[in-house]
Each structure stands twice: as C-alpha cells, then as structure tokens.
Design a protein around this ligand. Structure first.
Ligand SMILES: C[S@@+](CC[C@H](N)C(=O)[O-])C[C@H]1O[C@@H](n2cnc3c(N)ncnc32)[C@H](O)[C@@H]1O
Length: 229
C-alpha cells in the first residue's frame, strides 16, 4: 500500500508535484532546513506556513522546534493529506488564500511563504513585531536594480534582511532535470497528464529552463526580521 503522499500524487497528476515532491520548492528539504536554522523558532512560538501544500515546512518546524505551526493553503485536499502525514497532528490546518489570511494582525512569530503566492502586505500584517519572515521565491536578477527594488519593497514594509542564499543555479538544474524526465518518460507522463497536458508541462519547463539559462529569472532563500517600523 502507498503512503498518503503517494495517494495524493495519484489523485493530482500535475508536473510540479511530480518534480518537486513533498518539500515542494526549489532546494527541497535542505532549503527548508536552511530557513529553519535561521527562523528563531522556539517551543510554543506561532509559525505560519502560507501556501503550504502538504505543510512539509510546518510539520518539520513543529516537530523540530516545538513551534505552534499553522499550515494554510487554498486547496483543502492538500491540507487533508498533510494532516495525515507524519507530524500532521502537531499542526493546525486552515483553508485560506495568501491574499486574505484569516488571522489577526501580529499573530505569528515567524511567517513562511515557500514558492507560493507572495502577498507582501498580507504576510506583513499577520507578523508580530520582531518576527522573522522566511521566503523561497523568484527574485529579479536583471542588471537594472530589480534585486534592490525587491529588497526595498520589504524594507518599506518594516523588514530587514538577515540572511540570503541564491538558488538560481539549483532552480536551473531542477527545471533541466524535470524537462529531461518528462522527455525520457514521455509515454508515462502522456498517460498521466493527457497529450495536451503533457505538451503544456513540457512547454512550461522548456520556458523555465530558457529563462533561467538566459539569466532572465532567478531564485533565492531570504530571511527577514521585522523591525517594527
Ligand atoms: C509550489 S507549491 C509550494 C508548497 C509549499 N509552500 C512547499 O514549499 O512545499 C505552491 C502551493 O501554493 C498554493 N497556492 C497557490 N496560490 C495560493 C494562494 N493565493 N493562497 C494560498 N495558497 C496558494 C498551492 O495550492 C500550492 O499548494
């Protein structure tokens, strides 16, 4: 018999689940651990995993730090699967959009958003003074000040950058591996996504590989601290 995650994979034939797995972001579990080491979580501290999928980060944080983790996502099936996975009983599961989080201002000591919809004002609203913000996200890599503008947007909301790890190379390699996988196992993935779905996934991955190889897109991990401004 397969695991709960295998059952979810069987039910959701989508490339990003196949390619990225349970820790569904660039860098996988190592990236989650890199952020966890810098999130300053302690037993009982409230942590929000926004756009959590199966809440891999929330479950790991709850198990390893004793934090009171909340996993939120727009898809309740993902949350239901996460709840039944190891550590799921330690986490609170909430169906919600990152654009409108059902939490009071300043509820969380650490706010996470890993390769999901980043909504800066809403993520900031739910963060307590002194909170940390952990992001795994695309970042502008252009030579026209895109990265500076990205950081300035967070600074204007009262955040100070405390740690950064570039992941553009990892992202390029992840999308290349994924494209290769889909090409090598075409019959399997055509059956899984349908012919049109397969070609769409392949086009999406080819576009991602090209954009990362040309330096048009970049990726990174960021830890910010709320200065209370
Ligand atoms: C690539 S997965 C990342 C999942 C998770 N953060 C992780 O790192 O394992 C993106 C997730 O974001 C969720 N999502 C997309 N848009 C969202 C939104 N506006 N609000 C909340 N969740 C969203 C999707 O349902 C999906 O589970």
């Amino acid at each position: 018999m397969g695991t709960i995650f295998d059952e979810l994979v069987a039910e959701y034939p989508v490339w990003w689940i196949d390619v990225l797995g349970e820790h569904n972001h660039i860098g996988g579990i190592e990236a989650t651990r890199w952020l966890l080491a810098r999130a300053r979580l302690s037993p009982g501290a409230a942590m929000l995993d926004a756009g959590a999928f199966v809440g891999a980060a929330a479950r790991l944080a709850a198990r390893e730090t004793g934090a009171r983790a909340v996993a939120a996502d727009i898809n309740r099936d993902f949350l239901a699967a996460g709840r039944s996975m190891p550590g799921g009983e330690l986490v609170e599961w909430v169906t919600a959009s990152n654009a409108r989080l059902p939490f009071r201002d300043g509820s969380f000591a650490s706010v996470w958003c890993l390769d999901s919809a980043v909504v800066p004002k809403e993520l900031t609203r739910v963060a307590a003074p002194g909170a940390t913000l952990c992001l795994c996200c695309e970042v502008p890599v252009d030579g026209r000040g895109g990265m500076e503008a990205f950081l300035q947007e967070w600074e204007a909301l009262g955040w100070r950058l405390v740690a950064h790890k570039p992941l553009s190379l990892e992202a390029t390699e992840a999308w290349r591996r994924a494209e290769n996988l889909l090409v090598r196992h075409r019959p399997r993935f055509e059956e899984r996504y349908g012919k049109r779905g397969y070609l769409f996934a392949l086009d999406t991955l080819a576009d991602l590989v090209r954009a990362y190889e040309y330096g048009e897109r970049g990726h990174g991990l960021f830890v910010f601290e709320r200065t209370g401004r």
